[in-house]
Write a protein that binds this ligand. Structure first.
Ligand code: UDP
Ligand code: MG
Length: 320
């Protein structure tokens, strides 16, 4: 059997409403798997407090004081889900053999952990949690979310369909992840690039147990843009192609007009002229915007700012 210390990493932003229940269920799960000999007794739940304004960190401290199964990382400020998750993964990397990342709100079915650990023992380094269905989502959420994966893939950002950030990674995969230095972080796009043996596990995604979603539509859109532009340069290609196409269209129009002029037909129709001016103007602005988006990324990457800063780590004495 492979070495088997499991860390469950849970990013938390203002999650005081769900945290006690999440902690209870994760503790149960760890104890059960330990009893079955699937994981070692040194396994832990690692909560990452992403600069919450409520009592989340106090709760995590209390949990840690109560039970050794709980540990925590306190970030210096709110850095967003992806960075908080990375902070947790990088903290866990040197302490365990496998990590499972999971949301705090119990939308990711805790029961799928068993299957993930099983796949790990069978030799997988990455196990993706994939949603079996989206029946419980509203039509709007389902439509936007599934559209998100389709658009992403069409634009060259390869991701696993219906997989969010519920996944198991082995130590080897984490070492691989540590070598990706990008500041514009989109983990579900980076993890497939790491390679190694992978598998998927299906699970039913429930509703948020308590509290509110921290991902309003605005954040979702910017997350999608982040995903596309940080993973692929295909949008720039598309724009180049569009430019070439428009150029040929204008050439064809020129030919048509010359022929019409030679035949003595007067050219009428301001509308079409104005329309095409607007269309071209729009395309140019769009193109500039996309290019600007990438230049912005380059700017941020060259700064090489830290992706997260840790204020405090709660862990067992010898691991601190
Ligand atoms: N989260 C975070 N930092 C943030 C926003 C969210 O760590 O700035 C965490 C949050 O606590 C939760 C996970 O990311 O554990 C997913 O957030 P949420 O459930 O609100 O997103 P949704 O499921 O609605 O897309
Ligand atoms: Mg959620």
């Amino acid at each position: 059997m492979r070495p088997n210390t499991l860390y469950i990493v849970v990013p938390c932003y203002n999650e005081e409403a769900v945290l006690p229940e999440t902690a209870r269920r994760l503790r149960q799960k760890l104890e059960e798997l330990t009893r079955l000999g699937q994981i070692s007794p040194r396994s832990r739940v690692l909560f990452v407090n992403d600069g919450s304004q409520d009592g989340t960190w106090m709760l995590i401290q209390a949990l840690h004081a109560q039970c050794e199964l709980f540990s925590g990382v306190d970030l210096s400020r709110n850095r967003g889900h992806q960075n908080a998750l990375l902070a947790g993964l990088m903290t866990a990397k040197d302490r365990c053999d496998m990590v499972i990342s999971m949301d705090a709100d119990l939308q990711d079915d805790v029961e799928a952990v068993d299957a993930m650990v099983e796949k790990y023992h069978a030799g997988c380094d990455v196990v993706y949690g994939v949603r079996a269905s989206r029946k419980k989502d509203s039509f709007f959420k389902r439509f936007t979310a599934e559209g998100f994966y389709r658009v992403m893939n069409a634009l060259g950002a390869e991701t696993v369909f219906n997989h969010a950030d519920y996944r198991l990674m082995s130590r080897a995969a984490l070492e691989g992840l540590a070598q990706f230095k990008e500041v514009n972080l989109f983990l579900r796009g980076i993890v497939p690039l790491i390679g190694y043996t992978s598998a998927t596990v299906e699970y039913e995604r429930g509703e948020r147990f308590a509290g509110e979603s921290k991902y309003p539509l605005k954040k979702m859109v910017s997350f999608a843009l982040e995903g596309i532009t940080s993973l692929s340069t295909r949008p720039i290609r598309i724009i180049t192609g569009l430019g070439v196409l428009v150029f040929f269209v204008s050439l064809a129009m020129l030919v048509v007009f010359v022929v019409q002029w030679a035949l003595g037909m007067t050219v009428q129709g301001w509308a079409s002229v104005v329309c095409s001016v607007w269309a071209i103007g729009g395309l140019i602005l769009l193109a500039l915007g996309v290019v600007g988006e990438y230049i912005g990324k380059i700017y941020l990457e060259t700064k090489g700012r830290p992706r997260f800063l840790i204020r405090e780590i709660l862990a067992d004495e010898e691991e601190r």
